[in-house]
Design a protein around this ligand. Sequence first.
Ligand code: PLP
Length: 399
Amino acid sequence: AGQIASRVRALDVSLIVKISEMAAARKRAGEDIISLGTGEPDFDTPDFVKHAAQAAIDSGETKYTANTGTPALKAAIVARYRRQGIAVEPNQIIASTGAKQVLFNAMMATLEPGDEVIVPTPYWTSYVDIIAICGGVPVEVRTRGEDGFVMNPEAMEAAVTSRTRWLLLNSPSNPSGGAYNREQLRALLPVFERHPHLGLTSDEIYEHLVYDDFSFISVLKALPELAERTLVVNGVSKSHAMTGWRLGFGVGPVSLIAAMSTVQGQATSAPSSISQAAAVAALDGPTEILESRRQNFWRRRDIVVAGLNAISGLDCPTPRGAFYVFPDCTALLGRRTPEGTVLETDTDLCDYYLSEAGVAVVPGTAFGAPGHFRISYAYAQTALEAALDRIAAATAALT
Ligand code: PLP
């Protein structure tokens, strides 16, 4: 094999991938494993979206499109934001191969070697790897369950240096489900005002999945003062159960979008023409199905939060959004398994749950927040209930 570049060698295989592979290997070996590891809706892509894709194929929408996306998709994105009272022009939009590529384009287009990006923890694992691969340095700022995993301005201010290029926010968050309301976003404004070199990237891909009386607000609406230095990342992967279609979009200042387009143009060109047509149908389509799915996630969230909090040693905040819970398990660390192994870390505990309970969950360490683990509740209610029973029994067996 040829030399592998240091920027790639430096990256670890994600713990999430490792856990999924371990769980899959155990399943193949005939073990009864409940895997609560993955981050995708368990629903199917809505039929009206599939039909639009089929129509696109039949009508010959099967060629390269404009690099930043078709006029029809941009119009659907403009309309989508207009419905929230946010004015966006087509040249402020880029469509990409998943929200992930939007983030990648942005970091590639803006980071000089050594530039810093503030990433509140717990974070989606890919953020720190994308930043690192693009030559940047992730700067972690801890958030806490008792604060709803929302970062306060003092913590942010303390992390800002002359090298800080971006704050990378994720609301609602994978893995914590934490989300920022208007006031919590407004509270960050003075920090941006004190530091004009600082940009805001806001990953809002879970915006449709919020619960209780929480109402989602985009940073474009909450912080209009920052529009000239704000990039919003979004897409249809989570909202419309379209993870495999690979279609995300970014909304930002014209010059930033142009630079991101340059990056994308040499990596992939535009996203799939068929996926773009499907996304138009998704964005313009009926919302009833999204609402019933949201209600369904909400019920499952309540079951999982209640089930975890009934287990002595686990403390699970009630998340405002997304489809994950992120319980604190520090009270269990230092305890002993029936075999006599001491559980030193969250990773040890997750290994124990996998081997003893047959339940795969992801350690908080993977998200920069040791002492926790993540459960995705985008699984059948029966599987969730069985997993909770097993976790409860395995936890009760610790001494
Ligand atoms: N952003 C967050 C916070 C995610 O959790 C994910 C997927 O897990 C993505 C972005 C990726 O979205 P896409 O599949 O559109 O690339």
